[in-house]
Design a protein around this ligand. Structure first.
Ligand code: BGC
Length: 820
């Protein structure tokens, strides 16, 4: 609290880049700059020449809130182009397209005076149920990393910063601010970090967002292993680490361990926390200066780019890009008898609520206020097809509606073909909320069956940001997956249906036959604090193919209106060369995939892994020789004995295919190994060797982890969530819990979960001090904790005392910051 002494603490170590500015600041000013001023703004210091900058979501368009700001996408934002979400564009397997989208978003951001665009999101899709999967690219880190790197290059080409997120192992929404992802080091490196490594090394993002969760017992934002050892030392990241909103736990530890900017606006308390940490020797002023240097580089660099920008962009051109992106990303999953493309003049019945009110983006902080939104009905009017009529067909929220169904069936009989628009409704895919199953609503499946009976020429157009079970597949002749296509997704779908665009997209995640068959099922999003990543490396196709589990649609699968042949494979350790020929009558693009396998490997590994890919456009009849380089990630594995990347020597099989299950050519290549000791020698790991990881016993999981499974106990401390208050020893805690639970349950009952209440439910107590713009201090939270521990009177007195102190100190500090 000895603030008058601050000036004396000023100069310990002044890093080079922004030395002049740093030398002008006293310690309080420095500490203040390391946390936000508002929900989406940083603090400035005009006298020292430090401007304030704006950060905005999000991964598929700019969500700049000019009025009341929130981090859940609840209040409106400035109109911007809503591009297809990452889950969609990943199906294009086209980094060049990702870069174009990135550039367009960067342009819109700069035009709106946004200096940091909070995306792309590239967490690994561990389970199909993660509520934010629509915001992420793939179950495969190589594909995710390559796509995300392209987005970053595009965004940053406008001079502003991209902010890849959420670093790291953030693959579920339940208890998102207080869950501990427990996993072994090899799985961490190979599955959950490789995508980020690619982004950092190949695209040099100016910022990166740390995730809310803990990783192996330590919050990601203060995790020295993640931020210092791996991100900054091994990968050479020199930019600013930004916390997720409210994701800072121990700000001082964050600063010491590599986290630059705490967001959103924790108020004076966070500044005092840093000051006290320097004064007590918990951290040094050099730690503060190092972070400040990163922050100033970001702020000066990006604000200059924002200042220079013309403040305008071509909204029509961006809409056209959004349409092309959605069309390139559409995946044709079934096309019996070549029912698609539809002939010009064909008479179609359009059925399904989504044809009129499209489902084109997810809910939460990524939700864009779209400039305009195309609908399938409107776009069909300009397509050359004849529309026999429209029927909504089903209730969007899943309630049975016999009238709607009957009208749809009657309409189906009047057309050559039915275009049946099915999908997930808005609330099924949202930030803050994991899905409860992989199912399409029953009323939609019933409608499909009834419509198909009336007209077997039924084409299903599916909009959902994540994979679904498809036991209903036999009831349609064609299935086109448009994912979440953005504001121009409907037009793109019409282009695909009519053959104006030949669909070339391929799935970026496996579609399992049933949720029960997914590998993480038993350990996904459990109610407790600890989330065990017991399945290890066996996520997505790595599991299904190694364990021999059949799937509905494999990773990398997608049909076309033409066909392709593969020939002349030549393989070296550095790359793959082959010829691809379009053997059909239409132009199209083929996504060629290279998987590496090591039959009989000593060190257990998935049956095969994606290590290169290319999207090859080919005119009808055209042949092209393509070269796909193999990089340093092609043969490596993480060795926990040497604590480094190693290569097992010997013969590898290089498999080139049209999907992970449709391998067309293979060749062997001999690779020199690094002769590292076997990290698993003497350990019994039968499930990990076979890939059948659904029932790994505790002892085997502990052998892989290298330590006992952490205990999962509710503790009454700053990190107790509001949803755990029933475990407190205070009637006040029970009351709050009861009210929140009742509100939440009521909203679920209505079919419209209240995201705000859900956020609070999963929120740890400390977030009260992190997300209330300084109104609540950590001292007050500690008082609340005492109250919850049963010390009612002392707790209450402490809260009141701390509240008064907080008000006074905040006012004094803000005054000083204004005047100094
Ligand atoms: C989300 C981030 C987002 C931030 C700001 C958080 O709740 O997890 O992805 O960028 O809010 O809106």
């Amino acid at each position: 609290m000895k603030l008058r002494g601050i000036a004396l603490l000023k100069k310990e170590c002044v890093p080079s880049k922004n030395a002049e500015i740093i030398a002008k600041l006293n310690l309080e000013q420095k500490c203040a700059l390391l946390s936000g001023a508002g929900t989406f703004t940083t603090r400035g210091c005009p006298k020292a020449g430090v401007p304030s900058i704006t950060l905005s979501d999000g991964p598929n368009g700019v969500r700049k809130q000019a009025g009341a700001a929130d981090h859940l996408g609840l209040n409106p934002s400035v109109p911007a182009t809503c591009f297809p979400t990452a889950a969609t564009v990943a199906c294009s397997w086209d980094p060049a397209l990702g870069e174009e989208i990135g550039r367009a978003m960067g342009e819109e951001a700069a035009a709106q005076e946004v200096a940091v665009l909070l995306g792309p999101g590239l967490n690994t899709k561990r389970s199909p149920l993660c509520g934010r999967n629509f915001e992420y690219f793939s179950e495969d880190p190589y594909l995710s990393g390559k796509m995300a790197a392209a987005y970053v290059r595009g965004i940053q080409s406008e001079g502003i910063a991209a902010c890849p997120k959420h670093f790291a192992v953030n693959s579920q929404e339940l208890r998102r601010m207080a869950s501990d992802s427990v996993l072994d080091e090899r799985t961490l490196r190979e599955l959950y970090l490789t995508g980020f490594e690619i982004v950092v090394k190949e695209a040099a993002p100016k910022t990166i967002m740390s995730s809310y969760n803990l990783v192996n017992g330590t919050y990601a934002n203060e995790n020295a292993h993640l931020l210092q050892d791996i991100l900054r030392r091994d990968w050479g990241f020199s930019g600013a680490v930004v916390t997720d909103w409210g994701g800072s736990n121990d700000h001082a530890l964050g600063v010491k361990n590599g986290s630059t900017l705490e967001m959103p606006a924790p108020g004076g308390d966070a500044v005092r926390e840093l000051l006290a940490a320097v004064q007590s020797g918990k951290i040094t002023e050099a730690d503060v200066d190092a972070r400040l240097d990163e922050l100033l580089t970001l702020v000066l660099d990006t604000s200059a780019a924002v200042q220079k920008h013309s403040r305008s962009f071509d909204a029509d051109a961006h809409h056209a890009l959004a349409r092309r992106a959605a069309a390139e990303s559409a995946v044709l999953l079934k096309n019996d008898g070549g029912i698609l493309p539809l002939a010009a003049g064909a008479r179609v019945a359009v059925i399904g609520d989504f044809a009129e009110t499209p489902r084109y983006q997810g809910a939460g902080s990524s939700a864009v206020n779209s400039i305009k939104v195309d609908t399938l009905l409107d776009c069909l009017a300009q397509s050359g097809l004849q529309c026999a009529g429209f029927a909504a067909g089903f209730d969007r929220q899943g309630r049975p509606d016999a009238d709607k169904k009957a009208q749809a069936v009657a309409l189906a009989q009047k057309a050559d073909t039915v275009l049946l628009c099915l999908g997930l409704d808005e609330i099924k895919e949202s930030e803050g909320l994991d899905r409860v199953d992989m199912k399409l609503a029953d009323n939609q499946i019933e409608l499909l069956q009834a419509v198909e009976q009336a007209n077997p020429n039924t084409v299903v157009v599916l909009n959902a940001g994540a994979s679904l079970e498809t036991p209903w597949l036999a009831h349609c002749r064609a299935l086109v997956y448009g994912a979440l296509g953005g504001q121009a997704g409907a037009g793109a779908m019409v282009d695909v249906l009519t053959g104006k665009v030949n669909p070339g997209g391929k799935l970026a995640e496996t579609w399992a036959n049933a949720y029960a068959e997914t590998p993480a099922k038993d350990n996904f999003a459990g109610a407790g604090r600890t989330v065990q990543y017991r399945e290890g490396l066996y996520v997505g196709y790595r599991y299904y193919q190694t364990a021999g589990v059949p799937v509905a649609f494999p990773f990398g699968y997608g049909l076309s209106y033409t066909s392709f042949a593969y020939s002349d494979l030549k393989v070296t350790a550095d790359g793959v060369t082959l010829t691809v020929t379009n053997t059909g009558a239409r132009d199209g693009a083929e996504i060629v995939q290279v998987y590496i396998a090591k039959p009989g490997a000593e060190i257990f590994r998935p049956a095969q892994e994606l290590k290169a890919f290319a999207r090859v456009p080919l005119a009808a009849g055209e042949s092209r020789t393509v070269m796909l380089p193999l990089d340093d990630k092609a043969f490596r594995y993480w060795n926990t004995r040497t604590d480094g990347w190693e290569i097992e020597g010997g013969r590898y099989e290089v498999r080139v295919g049209a999907s992970s299950a449709d391998i067309r050519l293979t060749a062997n290549v001999d690779i020199r190994g690094t002769n590292a000791p076997d990290p698993y020698a003497g350990k019994a790991l039968p499930h990990y060797k076979s890939g059948s990881v659904k029932n790994v016993p505790d002892a085997e999981w502990e052998a892989l982890l290298g330590h006992p499974i952490p205990q999962d106990k509710v503790k009454i401390d700053r990190n107790m969530t509001l949803g755990e208050l029933n475990h407190s020893r205070s009637p006040l805690g029970w009351l709050i819990w009861a009210v929140l639970t009742a509100l939440l349950n009521a909203s679920f009952k209505k079919g419209k979960p209240d995201l705000n209440v859900l956020f609070q439910y999963n929120m740890p107590l400390r977030a009260l001090a992190k997300m209330t713009s300084g109104a609540i201090s950590m001292g007050m939270v500690d008082g609340i904790v005492m109250e919850l521990q049963g010390f009612w009177i002392i707790g209450l007195v402490r809260v009141i005392y701390e509240a008064v102190k907080n008000q006074i100190l905040n006012a004094q500090m803000e005054r000083r910051l204004r005047n100094d």
